[in-house]
Design a binder for this molecule. Structure first.
Ligand SMILES: [Ca+2]
Ligand SMILES: [Ca+2]
Length: 429
């Protein structure tokens, strides 16, 4: 009995050993989860300061520090919206799918690496942060886990390559008023800066002398000047539009019961428009003060402007969206959607074929062409400051009001933050 038992047991042990040896002699790592490969990556670009539309090569390298051959590696590296894919050069035996953003590496020997170069152009706007991570691998890795999105691990890298702003943009400090809101310039070149919190409007004349122009205007916001030089002011907290006489001596109510007005702009026929901040609407006011409501798809709308054809553009305080209202049909369409990291748009203006917008929380100034293509012309997204200099170096502190000079070649920007300096931009077009 015992002998028979032992002989059967020996046979089973031999059989198991045979299966084990034959299994390990194959190439498949699936058979043994204890195989280990330390996979890591590097991510670099060949041009870290590209201009808009410049091509760059995004170079990704994945290495295996062993001890075993790594198999079944998949790396996620999708191109964000700030880039346009041109092509890629994936090392032979590997493949990159532009549509899924996945680079597949079937096998990587101990001590070897695989390379991928993605060629792309840098867009005027969009998301620029490129994130690459190993999302699959057959073997155990001693210091990283596929697809867990832990940036400190060696299987994940990121890089951001926003376009460098043309350096002929120059930003200087024009004048300092108490933290401002809306801005307007009259035909003589005098600037007027409204202060919402102080219910006041300050005048900055051509010699940059600052004086108090209006007081007791609750929630002083946006302004516009008519053809006769009359200044109109939206008083947000009074739900009114007031008109100031040319010499500044009298202030009359031009329109009342205009809910939460912010920006003001005229069309070529002398109709005045304002955005109703908390009413998903725009109010049109004719020369006699008669009001017409026009719907817009933005509730917390922050500003409006009109082009020379009378189309109305309304900005969203909460996002980068600007909606166009067709002058003839009142039909709504998305004009553009500015790429913002946080917060929304302050004021938008139209000037001589282009649009300009302030990004309050992002601290940048946008220029938008008539097709809705936007680019940052000054400031650095997410970085506030007071530095003057070229467009790349200049910093803003909650830029809000914006107005262009008559010839369209100079911009003035009011700021809520810091000392309330009004900044002047040139060289942007
Ligand atoms: Ca690793
Ligand atoms: Ca990881």
């Amino acid at each position: 009995m015992i002998k028979i038992y032992n002989s059967r047991l020996a046979g089973i042990v031999i059989l198991i050993f045979f299966i084990f040896v034959s299994g390990c002699s194959s190439d498949s790592n699936d058979m043994d989860p204890t195989l280990t490969s330390d996979v890591s990556m590097s991510l670099v670009v060949d041009n870290s300061e590209p201009a808009i539309d410049d091509p760059i090569n995004i170079n990704l390298s994945v290495s295996n520090a062993g001890p075993n051959t790594a198999t079944g590696i998949e790396v996620s590296i999708p191109l964000p919206s700030g880039y346009t894919y041109i092509g890629d050069d994936a090392e032979s035996s590997t493949s990159y799918s532009e549509s899924t953003g996945t680079w597949t590496i079937p096998s990587l020997d101990n001590g070897s690496s695989a390379d991928l170069a993605i060629e792309a152009t840098v867009n005027q706007s969009g998301e620029y942060l490129i994130v690459a991570e190993v999302i699959a691998s057959d073997n155990e890795d001693p210091d990283s886990t596929p697809n867990n999105n832990v940036s400190a691990e060696d299987d994940q890298e990121s890089i951001s390559v926003p376009p460098v702003i043309p350096s002929d943009v120059v930003v200087t400090t024009y004048a300092v008023v108490k933290g401002a809101d809306g801005l307007v310039m009259d035909a003589s070149g005098n600037l007027f800066a409204a202060n919402y919190g102080l219910s006041s409007v300050y005048k900055i004349d051509k010699e940059k002398v600052v004086s108090t122009y209006l007081t007791n205007q609750p929630g002083a916001a946006g302004m516009a000047v008519d053809d006769q030089g009359g200044l109109y002011l939206a008083t947000y907290n009074n739900n009114q539009i007031v008109k100031v006489s040319t010499d500044g001596s009298t202030v009359d109510v031009f329109a009342s019961a205009v809910l939460a007005p912010i920006a003001l702009d005229f069309d070529s026929e002398g109709n005045l428009y304002t955005n109703n901040n908390v009413n998903s609407a725009v109010t049109k006011i004719d020369a006699d003060g008669n009001k017409t409501a026009i719907s817009v798809d933005i509730f917390n709308n922050s500003s409006l402007t009109l082009d020379e054809e009378g189309n109305i553009y309304v900005s969203d305080y909460n996002s980068g969206k600007i909606t166009k209202i067709d002058a003839k049909t009142n039909e709504l369409s998305e004009f553009t959607n500015l790429s913002l990291n946080s917060g929304g748009i302050g004021f938008i203006i139209y000037s001589d074929g282009n649009f300009y917008a302030t990004a309050i929380a992002d601290n940048v100034i946008f220029m938008i062409d008539s097709d809705g293509n936007a680019k940052t012309i000054a400031g650095k997204a997410g970085v506030s400051g007071t530095t003057d200099g070229d467009g790349n170096q200049a910093r803003f502190d909650r830029p809000i009001g914006i107005i262009a000079s008559e010839d369209g070649n100079t911009l003035y920007v009011a700021q809520q933050g810091g000392s309330g300096a009004i900044r002047m931009l040139t060289g942007f077009r």
